[in-house]
Design a protein around this ligand. Structure first.
Ligand code: CO8
Length: 258
């Protein structure tokens, strides 16, 4: 893969890793890191050899938010016209499941980036929050929308309006994180989870992610119709025949991703 300025990338088996790497700024999300993450994620997404993506940061910070120093002098028009949000929308639209492995701070845009992923694994050191209100702004990468869906209105409103941070235990109890693990085990757990997903048939994994997305974006009726159509469509794949034959023959399936 390409050499990037602000992230490290590595492919391990069928898993693509993206490690945010701006230690001097606690991985604050500037335009360059957005461009790098989006480029890496879309390349992984286009690669049939990749079945899952992991995004992680450092021990101290997943990401401490959008880069305040980069944004400080901008006008409202600059923010709208500078495509500061468009890249993240492209990241959220990748078809491949993305696991956020969060250690330390996931604040503001960092929490929002984690919420664009499909699974959030948190180290017991993780701290989540939307502290933008302390800067006299509000979340701008989905925080008011995705946090409400993740934890419900009242918890989200308290966090967004006060800027209070929550620890990993509270985040798990609230439904924001999939699972909390000891900090020392975070990357191994992310690897295991990603490899498990990447071992499945890719068309069914893409279909499952699309159907889960539909649950957040459509009415129950529309979502159920989408699920039924997508479910039926998978019966035209060779992998579905292989998966079901393998079950009947009491052996492990061998998927060809078609
Ligand atoms: N932006 C820029 N630099 C940052 C950021 C940030 N978000 N966070 C930390 N840094 C820098 C610090 O300035 C410091 O740099 P330097 O050494 O040059 O002074 C370095 O990282 C280390 O940080 P601290 O010394 O502050 O470390 P502490 O351990 O004392 O504190 C905290 C850690 C609590 C995480 C603290 O750094 C902090 O409060 N950071 C800001 C958190 C925050 O407010 N985040 C929200 C930002 S706004 C946002 O995310 C909006 C999203 C929508 C944008 C959509 C368009 C892009």
């Amino acid at each position: 893969m390409t050499d990037y300025e602000t992230i490290l990338t590595e492919t391990r088996g069928r898993v693509g890793w993206i490690t945010l790497n701006r230690p001097e700024a606690l991985n604050a999300l500037n335009s360059q890191i957005m461009a790098d993450v989006v480029d890496a994620a879309t390349r992984y997404d286009a690669d049939e050899g990749i079945g899952a993506i992991v995004v992680t940061g450092s021990e101290r910070a997943f990401a401490a938010g959008a880069d305040i120093k980069e944004m400080e002098a901008k006008s409202g028009l600059d923010m709208l016209m500078g495509d500061h949000f468009g890249g993240w929308a492209r990241f959220a639209a990748v078809r491949t499941p993305v696991i956020a492995a969060v250690s330390g701070y996931a604040l503001g845009g960092g929490c929002e980036l984690a919420m664009m992923c499909d699974i959030i694994l948190a180290a017991d050191t993780a701290k989540f929050g939307q502290p933008e209100i302390n800067l006299a702004v509000i979340p701008g990468m989905g925080g008011t929308q995705r946090l409400v869906r993740a934890v419900g209105y009242y918890k989200a409103a308290e966090l967004v309006l006060t800027g209070r941070l929550m620890d990993a235990t509270e985040a798990e109890r609230s439904g924001l994180v999939s699972r909390v693990v000891p900090a020392a085990d975070l990357l191994a757990e992310a690897e295991k989870t990603a490899q498990a997903i990447a071992s499945k048939s890719l068309p069914s994994v893409f279909a499952a992610k699309a159907a889960l997305d539909a649950a957040l974006e459509s009415s129950l009726g529309e979502g159920l119709r989408f699920e039924r159509q997508t479910f039926a469509g998978l019966f035209d794949t060779e992998d579905q025949k292989e998966g079901m034959a393998a079950f009947r023959e009491k052996r492990a399936p061998s998927f060809i991703n078609r």
